[in-house]
Write a protein that binds this ligand. Structure first.
Ligand SMILES: *Cc1c(COP(=O)(O)O)cnc(C)c1O
Length: 358
């Protein structure tokens, strides 16, 4: 027996690299290439830390109010946290306390098994179909809760609203969390199902579609009852999760709907153009409804392309995992960044051809 026996042993989630070098093209963590709404910089300049002597508003009232208005729900149906990772972790802790295993797809956001392990929640993963689609009918077995990323990551593939409804309606005795981190790039949000299904929790983030990954803002929308349970757990752990700057920056972002729509549309436009460019270079692409593409080359291994891109200061994400180890997840950057990516890919493929890999 040693004091070390009392440590909580966990294998942490591994975030994508954040290289510090200048002149790199960073397409590895699905950040938005465009700046946040202009009102964000303005408000941050104005407050300049003046309020930070005091504790922030523990209810994050202004942000909660803005989100309730934007999504047409009551304030008491909105919970905000330090990125959706904080919100999702809090949801796991609050909603998954049974003995039956929770379910999530075998290939999905790799934080889900980490929270399950951390909070000692039993879980089972559900295989995807051959084409990487989630099969809603496979979520009809006994479970203690369900988590679905929609669109899913890293595949980028979305379920339709009726497929999501099939899962939520088929599991009235379980809480079903839909992680909509990428929904603003062309998925269908399940928020419209909230009136019908009290067991549904929708989680979204400001990190991708609102260009605020660094501010750490995420939120959940659900029935008053489920949100109230989440608040109780939060206030039992840390009352002041959201700092003053994040509350005001988030509010400014929500208030500028026009800018939000414009930047999301630009990313979708670049994504659809990029799909065509990948096809010309003999890559297959999933039908991504996100701000990233999940691609695989007909003959050159993904790992090789990943390494060659890295040597050229272009960072993309490679997962050395079963079933997806011949794919790359590439964030949709600006048109200019994508042009540079394709120029590098052409060079790499040409070199492989001469080198006999192709
Ligand atoms: C990025 C991401 C999140 C978390 O993002 P935060 O920055 O913590 O808000 C959650 N789920 C999925 C599927 C993501 O890709």
């Amino acid at each position: 027996m040693s004091y070390l026996d009392n440590l909580r042993a966990v294998t942490p989630y591994v975030p994508g690299e954040q290289p510090k070098a200048e002149n790199i093209i960073k397409l590895n963590t699905n950040e938005n290439p465009y700046p946040p709404a202009p009102g964000v910089a303005k408000i941050l300049g104005e407050i300049g830390g003046k309020e930070d002597r005091k504790y922030p508003d523990p209810t994050a009232g202004r942000l909660t109010e803005a989100l309730a208005g934007r999504y047409g729900v009551k304030r008491s149906q909105v919970f905000v946290g330090v990125g959706s990772d904080d919100v999702l972790g809090m949801c796991f802790l609050t909603y998954f306390n049974g003995n039956k295993p929770i379910l999530f797809p075998e290939i999905t956001y790799s934080f889900y098994p980490v929270w399950a392990e951390l909070f000692r929640i039993p879980y089972e993963t559900v295989a995807l179909r051959e084409d990487f689609r989630i099969a809603p009918e496979d979520y009809r077995r006994e479970n203690g809760g369900i988590v679905i990323a929609n669109p899913n990551a890293p595949t980028g593939i979305a379920l339709s609203l009726s497929e999501i409804e099939e899962i939520v309606a088929g599991n009235p005795d379980s809480i079903v969390i839909i992680d909509e981190a990428y929904v603003d790039f062309g998925g269908e949000s399940s928020l419209s199902l909230l009136d019908k299904y009290p067991n549904l929790v929708v989680v979204q983030t400001f990190s991708k579609s609102r260009s605020l990954a660094g501010m750490r803002i995420g939120f959940a929308i659900a029935s008053e009852e489920l949100i109230s349970a989440l608040q109780s757990v939060k206030y039992s752990y840390n009352s002041y999760t959201m700092n003053h700057a994040a509350i005001l920056a988030g509010t400014a972002s929500v208030e500028d709907e026009e800018y939000f729509v414009k930047t999301c549309k630009q990313i979708v436009r670049t994504r659809e153009w990029a799909k065509g460019e990948f096809a010309k270079l003999h890559f297959t692409c999933t039908d991504s409804r996100t701000n990233f593409l999940f691609v695989s080359h007909a003959s050159v291994p993904a790992k090789k392309i990943f390494e060659e891109l890295r040597a050229r200061n272009i960072f993309v994400r490679y997962f050395p995992l079963p079933k997806i180890d011949n794919f790359l997840r590439i964030t949709v950057g600006t048109d200019e960044e994508m042009e540079k990516l394709f120029a590098a890919l052409k060079e790499i493929l040409a070199a492989c051809r001469t080198g006999g890999i192709l």
